[in-house]
Design a protein around this ligand. Structure first.
Ligand SMILES: [Zn+2]
Length: 288
């Protein structure tokens, strides 16, 4: 059997009595096929670097094997839509892109920051099946997808940008900057995730879409607040611009502000956790 990594092998061994063997085997083969395909394509298209490709392969296989299409389609939707937006954008607004810590190919930390919560949830759900885990999963994806789309939309063209904390005008593309186009992007990203999962949910469609839009939107706004308040930023000694990058204009940048351990990946992870927590709270309020 093509069992690639030990975590999955162990889980499958434990689960063997819970899920019919034929289904498990089917998921395994499908999982191996899709995980390989996605990893290969995203590496070839330079969506992922080598470490990112390995992380994505393990994560994709885990989610395919244990969650089937129900869990796989939403995360693939997030991954493909974000990668395409990033690729399209990279050609456009080079001045603004220059600010970001990472542009283009994602590394393993970025894969974990965006999909790690999903990996944990699909594992937990394999042992203690509960529909709530799926909702939490979708909410966390919605939040990171909203954030990625917001960043891409908000830096597409020159647009008025404001600090998420105090709403004062801010430089476009800066951590914690928000704009009208960015907010539209956030809603688009959330909606995209909601639609990708809607066929599998057990609550009413309208309630589900509202929950996912709300948690995605607020989760990504939380991302901007963290970006404005605590994310580490550096100052380039050559061009004198604030940036997320440790190296800019070929020189090491100087510390400017924020906590040194809170980089963009950590902020994304927190934003996903925020989305996950919000849906648990909102689920008890929004009922129809
Ligand atoms: Zn510079």
């Amino acid at each position: 059997m093509p069992i690639i990594n030990p975590i999955i092998a162990l889980t499958l061994l434990i689960l063997e009595n819970e899920i019919p063997n034929s289904m498990l085997f089917q998921n395994l083969i499908l999982g191996l096929f899709f995980a390989s395909l996605i990893t290969y394509l995203s590496y070839r298209l330079k969506f992922l670097d080598c470490s990112g490709a390995i992380a994505a392969f393990i994560l994709a296989q885990l989610i395919f094997d244990l969650g089937g299409l129900k869990w796989s389609v939403p995360i693939i939707t997030f991954f493909i839509s974000s990668s395409i937006l990033t690729k399209l954008n990279n050609r456009k607004n080079i001045e603004v892109r220059d600010y970001f810590e990472k542009s283009g190919a994602r590394d393993y930390l970025q894969v974990i920051a965006n999909g790690g919560i999903g990996g944990i949830l699909v594992l937990v759900n394999a042992f203690y099946q509960n529909e709530l885990f799926y909702l939490i999963y979708i909410a966390s994806l919605s939040s990171v997808c909203a954030d990625t789309w917001a960043t891409e939309f908000g830096t597409w063209r020159k647009t008025a940008t404001y600090n998420a904390l105090n709403l004062k005008p801010a430089a476009q593309g800066i951590s914690g900057g928000i704009s009208v186009t960015g907010l539209i992007g956030a809603l688009g990203g959330s909606l995209c995730i909601a639609l990708s999962a809607i066929g599998w949910v057990e609550i009413s469609y309208i309630r589900f879409v509202i929950l996912v839009l709300l948690t995605g939107f607020l989760g990504s706004y939380f991302d901007s607040i963290l970006g404005a308040a605590v994310q580490v930023q550096y100052l380039c000694p050559v061009c004198n611009r604030v940036t997320e990058r440790k190296i800019h204009c070929g020189k090491h940048t100087d510390y400017f502000r924020g906590f040194s351990w809170i980089n963009n990946d950590v902020v994304n992870l927190f934003s996903g956790i925020m989305g996950a927590m919000l849906i648990v709270v909102f689920k008890s309020f929004i009922k129809f």
